[in-house]
Design a protein around this ligand. Sequence first.
Ligand code: GDD
Length: 323
Amino acid sequence: MSRRAFITGAAGQDGRFLSRLLVEKGYKVHGFVRRGAAVEPNVTPHIGDLADPAALKHALETSLPDEVYNLGAQSHVAASFADPLHTWRVTAEPILTVLEWAQHAKHAPRIYQASSSEQFGTSPPPQNEKSPFAPQSPYAIAKVAAHMSVSLYRKAYGVFAVGGILFNHTSPIRPASFVTRKITQGAARIAYGLQDKLELGNLDAKRDWGFAGDYVVAMWLMLQQDAPKDFVIASGGTHSVREFAELAFAAVAESTNKPELRDWERYVEVNRSYMRPAEVPVLCGNATAACEQLGWRPKCSFTDLVRLMVEHDLKEAAKELKP
Ligand code: GDD
């Protein structure tokens, strides 16, 4: 019989990449999603809200998964300052429903928690599994709580539960509320005359960006090990928002044969309303343990990632011109 997987946040970027991977591997995939959200082909949707523990428990009990991937959250760091309580409810609390269910389930299900490099906050880079947490947002605080709940249930009850501490990972299906997609979409639309400028916040923040398609493989690998263990998943490189913008505009300039777009600063304006009340200045992960123990390595380089997103957004912008 095929193995069963259950994904919260199945309609999000990672949920979609992971659904495809698990369907390909022959899993029967169940997705916990809000009403109206679309899931990938061959995924059974369970409609519910992460703020409703009874709905989540019911979905787990009816689908009886062997593996649970808790990816759902209020995942926008800036938005967590505006609504810390909702962020807490849907980011910190649902894993407790999952862990409680797993603790009492007879078939010893395995649990993956989407932990985040935001948990490291101002901890000095490069960050690895031993780096202390120094969260700088309500989102990061909620993620630390969820991560520590996973460690507790592993230790106290022997649940096979892991926290994958993933550094930033993006793709062409990332919403434009995140800076990478905002930049590639903005640069492509500027090239086609669909917008004049791009407003950004802190250009000096540095992040370790990888391709989401590579990172979901690490999630799956973590649940296939003999023993449960937390891992950092990262590319090991770090780039500023400024560098991302420079590279994205250069790629657009090349593809559209518009060399003036190389002068990206002409098109970008800093708008202080995109700055956060507290910022994480530099994230740079050390994924040596994942590389050695899981055999995981990212395939897509930073420059390939920017190019992939730019090419996608140029096609989208062209569609806007000729609907
Ligand atoms: N969103 C956004 N919009 N960010 C901007 C902008 C802007 O206009 N201008 C500059 N930034 C800066 C932010 O201040 C931050 O330092 C950096 O760009 C990245 O912001 P996001 O793309 O929103 O991602 P994030 O790093 O805050 O969080 C993402 O990565 C985490 C993993 O480290 C999210 O995906 C989280 O859910 C995830 O846990």
